[in-house]
Design a protein around this ligand. Structure first.
Ligand code: SF4
Length: 370
């Protein structure tokens, strides 16, 4: 059964009811357990569970160290194009926003990648707007073949593709995808999206198509500020659990960026504060012990530093969110403003000062059998 079919059977109102009617007794009962499941998640992210955040932080820290050791993986995004055919109401790359669109040539991408690699980062995430004409599958194929000579992991955060297209990219060397559903509230999703991205269920099944094509990593997530974040993350947890069960050869990574200023000045549905975001991270770690939890440079340095060692296992470093931003077109429009401007070296130092180890590389082609 595909996740779309499962999605249609889930009563999100019921999840919402649990979240907002949970009592302290419920949370205490859940916290006494020694293992947690996604059914416990709505209680753990309930407003009343905020009072138990320190207890949750301790549990999350313990599980994270047990499963991942004292390590934090580093990666950097490389924006290859800001051309997009969609009109997502909250995004600066929206097709209706008038600004010069840039797509990097293959040589420019390699130059940007060299700049990232010179800081020691071995995991690169290629990001683009959703425009298949500007950045066709062949473009990524060509780039990835070249990047795999240096980088141990090359993931993509681009438009959703068919399984056969993912197979081509997997063969070329792509190791993972990130495809955020943005919100799991179907009605809200349809209000916010125009263009091919408006096809909610095609997007929802993207990680499954990628897993079938053999990608080692599947990135899921929502954008906080589009709908009720507690319900959305409860859905992410269920989605991640489904993928972990059915596509166990792939590692699942979860990201939950908070909406930030972008061209178009979209007004968020709600603002998620630092304490609430921390609670989500701890709850997620408790119910999904093995997922990578990712924090991008959208988040401020204080928050990122605080979360390192408590549940997060991967962070971006030294990011630029405009195509060519590292060395080629430093003034191109950014997708969103960055809150943590520190260099990869500074981030690594921060991780070490906390008694943890920054991981620049955690895989090698020689681990593959064929
Ligand atoms: S969120 Fe993605 S698909 Fe939507 S407008 Fe921005 S770049 Fe395009």
């Amino acid at each position: 059964m595909s996740f779309s079919e499962i999605y249609k059977k889930i009563d999100q109102n019921k999840i919402k009811k649990i979240i907002y009617s949970a009592t302290e007794n419920d949370v205490e009962r859940i916290l006494k357990k020694s293992r947690w499941s996604v059914d416990d998640f709505p209680y753990l992210v309930s407003p009343v569970a905020e009072k138990f955040i320190e207890q949750m932080a301790k549990i999350s820290r313990k599980i994270t160290f047990l499963r991942f050791g004292k390590t934090i993986k580093l990666y950097a995004p490389l924006y290859v194009s800001n051309s997009c055919v969609n009109a997502c109401k909250y995004c600066g790359f929206n097709v209706n926003n008038k600004f010069p669109r840039i797509t990097l040539s293959i040589d420019e991408v390699l130059k940007e990648a060299d700049e990232i690699f010179s800081h020691g980062i071995g995991h690169i995430l290629l990001v683009s707007g959703e425009d298949k004409k500007a950045v066709p599958v062949e473009y990524f194929e060509e780039i990835v073949k070249r990047l795999r000579e240096k980088f141990y992991a090359v993931s993509i955060e681009v438009y959703p593709m068919e399984t056969e297209e993912y197979e081509r990219l997997s063969k070329a060397g792509v190791t993972g995808i990130a495809v955020y559903q943005e919100t799991y509230n179907l009605e809200r999703y349809r209000e916010l999206h125009k263009g091919p991205k408006a096809d909610f269920f095609y997007r929802l099944e993207t990680p499954e198509r990628a897993a079938k094509a053999g990608f080692r990593e599947l990135g899921l997530g929502t954008l906080f500020g589009l709908s009720d974040f507690r319900v959305d993350l409860s859905m992410v947890a269920i989605h991640a659990r489904y993928l972990m069960k059915h596509y166990w050869k792939s590692q699942v990574a979860i990201s939950f960026p908070r909406l930030r200023d972008a061209e178009g000045h979209f007004k968020p549905y709600e603002i998620v504060n630092d304490k609430q975001l921390a609670q989500v991270i701890f709850a997620l770690r408790m119910v999904l012990n093995d997922v990578d939890i990712v924090l991008s440079t959208r988040e401020n340095p204080e928050f990122r530093d605080g979360m390192v060692g408590l549940g997060v296992t991967r962070i971006s470093a030294g990011s630029k969110t405009n195509p060519g931003g590292y060395s080629v077109h430093t003034d191109a429009l950014k997708q969103f403003e960055i809150a943590d401007e520190r260099s990869p070296e500074e981030i690594a130092r921060m991780i070490e000062e906390k008694g943890l180890e920054p991981v620049w590389k955690d895989f090698d082609k020689s681990f593959l059998f064929d």
